[in-house]
Write a protein that binds this ligand. Structure first.
Ligand SMILES: Nc1ncnc2c1ncn2[C@@H]1O[C@H](COP(=O)(O)OP(=O)(O)OP(=O)(O)O)[C@@H](O)[C@H]1O
Ligand SMILES: O=P(O)(O)OC[C@H]1O[C@H](OP(=O)(O)OP(=O)(O)O)[C@H](O)[C@@H]1O
Length: 211
């Protein structure tokens, strides 16, 4: 039997993903060691391998079949646009993709002005403004602290993740429009889904039962 490989997202989603796997009886003690520099972990009992990767890289590993299964945010799936199956909503990592800005920017959205939109998610922003709202905007890609952009005059609005809303509140910004709700999802390589259907279905059912 060959190993099935999981690509898990580092950071915010990691702890809940490992807890969920544990609930299914899939444990990987070594992976919980915060000081480890090891990259790949093995569960011999179920012939599974695990690795942690940066969110945007997870769909890449899964599309190419370097990982059979991935756990990643819906935002990252939509942004990366990789060829894979999205098979299960895990219900954690809940947040919303939103258009945010100062209150005054509401008018600019209403009147379809050609505004500047700063975001870590240029594809999602483009899809939303061009295809859904039919509004021409200039999209400016940033890599973090997106809320800074309207504060320093880089853009009129941002497209970013809102969870508790405290980052917005503390910076005098607000949600102007909601793009979509988000949560962690399980994704599966297209070929693996056919070739390892029985094993993958069993894992997905165990995950569903544990939710
Ligand atoms: N408050 C939040 N901010 C960002 N992502 C969140 C939040 N709440 C849940 N998520 C989900 O968690 C996923 C991973 O978030 P995480 O913060 O670990 O990555 P990141 O912010 O993209 O990476 P980095 O820390 O390298 O910038 C996101 O893709 C999203 O689906
Ligand atoms: O609604 P809240 O609970 O305040 O969460 C939302 C904030 O968290 C994320 O940033 P992150 O902490 O990942 O840092 P980053 O800005 O460097 O990406 C996101 O980009 C928002 O800035």
């Amino acid at each position: 039997m060959r190993y099935l490989t999981f690509a898990l997202t580092k950071g915010r989603l990691a702890r809940q993903t490992l807890e969920l796997l544990e609930k299914c009886g899939i444990t990987c003690e070594e992976m919980k060691d915060p000081d480890t520099r090891k990259l790949i972990f093995t569960n011999e009992e179920y012939k599974l391998k695990f690795f942690l990767a940066k969110g945007p890289d997870v769909p890449t590993y899964v599309e190419y079949g370097a990982a059979d299964i991935g756990v990643v945010g819906k935002d990252t799936i939509d942004e990366e646009g990789r060829k894979l199956y999205e098979v299960l909503d895990l219900g954690f990592g809940k947040c919303r993709m939103c258009v945010c800005g100062p209150e005054g920017a509401k008018e600019l959205l209403l009147h379809q002005e050609q505004i500047r939109v700063a975001t870590k998610y240029p594809h999602i922003a483009k899809e939303y403004f061009y295809n859904k709202k039919h509004q021409t905007v200039e999209i400016i890609k940033l890599n973090g602290s997106i809320e800074l952009a309207p504060l320093v005059g880089l853009s009129e609005v941002i497209v970013d993740i809102v969870e508790t809303g405290s980052t917005l509140r503390e910076n005098g910004l607000e949600v102007l429009e909601e793009v979509c709700p988000l949560s962690a999802r399980v994704v599966v390589n297209r070929v693996s889904m056919q070739m390892e259907s029985a094993r993958i279905t069993k894992i997905l059912n165990a995950l569903k039962d544990a939710l």
